[in-house]
Design a protein around this ligand. Structure first.
Ligand SMILES: [Zn+2]
Ligand SMILES: [Zn+2]
Ligand SMILES: [Zn+2]
Length: 163
């Protein structure tokens, strides 16, 4: 797994000016692969097609779906740079796992609303590593189909209120 920096701010500034290698844009929903550290788009700009040998049909596949397949061969794990949320992607579906970054009072700052410095929580990180190792996602509910990734994007943005 990617070694996450102690402060979320560091992760943010490390990627802030980078562009996606595929569409060369600075993603509006930037997410980072937790295995190789590549910056990816959650938007539909990097969608491709995927052939399903079972149904003999081609369907649209998001960049994270494609990436998870080639990078981690099972579930993909990503960090959303705009919200600090961890995203699990598996079998054409995605869900929010939660965050591994907490403020000094060990509280979450979902979607970085309060703008407080966030620090890597080793306990949460252990939970995440455990879930990944077991491929058990019991902490995760609300799986969204990546065929309709805009509803998943809205789900991430739900608590994204600007002040
Ligand atoms: Zn990767
Ligand atoms: Zn992209
Ligand atoms: Zn893109």
């Amino acid at each position: 797994m990617l070694t996450l920096p102690e402060r979320f701010e560091e992760l943010f500034s490390r990627y802030f000016h980078r562009r996606c290698l595929k569409c060369s844009k600075s993603p509006s929903m930037p997410i980072i692969c937790m295995f190789c550290g590549e910056l990816l788009c959650l938007d539909d700009c990097c969608n491709g097609t995927r052939y399903d040998p079972y149904s003999n049909l081609k369907h649209t596949a998001s960049e994270i779906e494609h990436h998870a397949e080639s990078c981690s061969s099972s579930s993909g794990l990503f960090v959303s740079l705009t919200s600090s949320m961890i995203i699990v992607a598996r079998g054409g579906r995605a869900a929010i796992w939660g965050t591994v970054y907490l403020d000094a009072h060990k509280e979450e700052d979902r979607n970085l609303k309060r703008g407080k410095p966030l620090y890597l929580c080793q306990t949460r990180l252990k939970w995440l590593e455990f879930d990944w190792a077991e491929q058990e996602w019991q902490r995760v509910y609300n799986w969204y189909s990546l065929q309709h990734q805009s509803s998943f994007i809205n789900h991430i943005r739900e608590c994204h209120t600007h002040h």
